[in-house]
Design a protein around this ligand. Sequence first.
Ligand code: GDP
Length: 438
Amino acid sequence: MFSLLADKLQDVFKDLRGHGKITETNITDAMRAVRMALLEADVEFNVAKGFIARVKEKALGEEVLRGVHPGQQIVKIFHDELTALLGGDNEPLNLEKPARIMMVGLNGAGKTTSSAKLAMWLKKQGKAPLLIACDLHRPAAIEQLATLARQVGVPCFTPPPGEKDVLKVGRLAADWAKEQPGNVQIYDTAGRQEIDEPLIQEIKALREFLQPQEVLLVADAATGQQAVSVATHFHQALNITGLVLTKLDGDARGGAALSMRQVTQRPIKFAGIGEKLDQFEPFFPDRLAGRILGMGDIIGLVEKAAAAIDEEDAKRMEEKMRTASFDLNDFLAQFKMLKKLGPLENILGMLPGMSNLKDFSVDEKQMKRVEAIVLSMTLAERSNPDVLNARRRQRIARGSGVSVTEVNDLLQRFGQMRKMMKGFGKMRQMMSRPGAAS
Ligand code: GDP
C-alpha cells in the first residue's frame, strides 16, 4: 500500500534526519524531492504544490531549525500535514434513520464488492444491514450481489428481471426494506466505464428519491490522474458524503487517495485492502500517514491482533517479549497466532521501519518447514535452545526432513529475533516519549 511513495519519502527523511543542523537549502532540496515523489505517486499537481508549500512554511519556522532534532521535527510536521491532507480524523458513517447508504462509482471500482464488505463490517458492529441491487445495466451485478449477500448472511433485494426503471426499483426496494428486520440499507448502483450524462442523471434521480444519509463514492486507489475528474464529477452531481478507497492492497501509487479527498473535501471513510470480504476497514488518516512515513501503524496492528488473538495469550506473549524470556515454544505459539492474522507481508508493513523491506516476501512453504523443525525438538530443547549440540541438531534435521544447515539457520535467526525484541522494547519507550516522531 503506497509503497512507492513510502519508499521515496523515507529516503528523503533518512537523509534529513542525518543532519545535525539543517539549513534552508537542506529543506528546499528535501521538499523538491518530496514534490517529485508525490507527483510520481499520481498526486494531482495543485494538491502536491499546496501541500509542499504548507510543510515548507512550517519547517522553515525559526523554532524548528534551532531545535535539538530539526530532522525529526520536520518529519513530525510532515506527518501532521499528511494526516490533515488525508482528512484529519476518521469520520464514522451517518446512520440516522432510515440509514440509507448509496454506493456510487465507475465500473470495476469495487462497488458491488464494497457493498457486501460494508454489510459484513456493519454486521460485526451489531447492525442489521440489507443489500439492495440497483445496478440495472450490468446484468451480472445483481447476481454477484445476491451471491455475496448469501456469503455475508444478509437479506438482499433483487429487482424484477428485465426492469430498467431505476426509480421504480428504488421504490420497490424501499418498500421491501420496510418489511425486513434490517436497520441499514445499502444500495449498489450502476456504473460505467467512464462518466457519462445518462449515468449521472440516473443516479441523481435515485439519490433524490432515496434521500440517503450517505452517498459513498467507491474509487480504485490505482485510478491515477483521472481520479480528480472522477471525484469532481460525481461530487458535483451527487454531493457525495464520503469515499471508499479500494484496492489499497495492490501496487497502487495511492496519489488518488490524497487528491480525491482534497478536491471533494469529503472524508475517506473506508479502505478496501483485498478481495476477501473481511479485507475492509475504516480509514484512519493518521495511521496511514504513519505508515507512509515508515513510522508504522502500531494501533492498527494491535487492533488486528486483538480481533484475531485471544487476549490472555497476547498478554502472556507481550510479557515474554518484554522480559526477553521468549523461547522456541513461544515461537511456535506465535507462529500459530500469526497465521490467524492473515498474509505476513501486510502485517510487516504495519511495523515501524518495516514498510521499506524491499522484495521481502513470505514463503508459506518455508514457514511450514520452520514449524516442522521446531516440532521435532523436545519441549526441553525448545525452552532452552542452548542445549542443541551437533548431534541433537542432526536428529532434528532427520525428524523434520530438512538439512542440518536449515536447522542451524533457524536457530541463528531465532537468536537474532530475540535481539530484535529487545530492540522493539527500546523503540516502544522512545515512541511513548512526547514529541518523538520516529
Ligand atoms: P463494481 O463494478 O464497481 O461493482 O466492481 P466489483 O465490486 O465487481 O469489483 C471489481 C473487481 O475488483 C473484483 O474482481 C473485486 O474482487 C476487486 N476488488 C474490489 N475491492 C478490492 C480490494 O480492496 N482489493 C482487491 N485486491 N480487489 C478488489
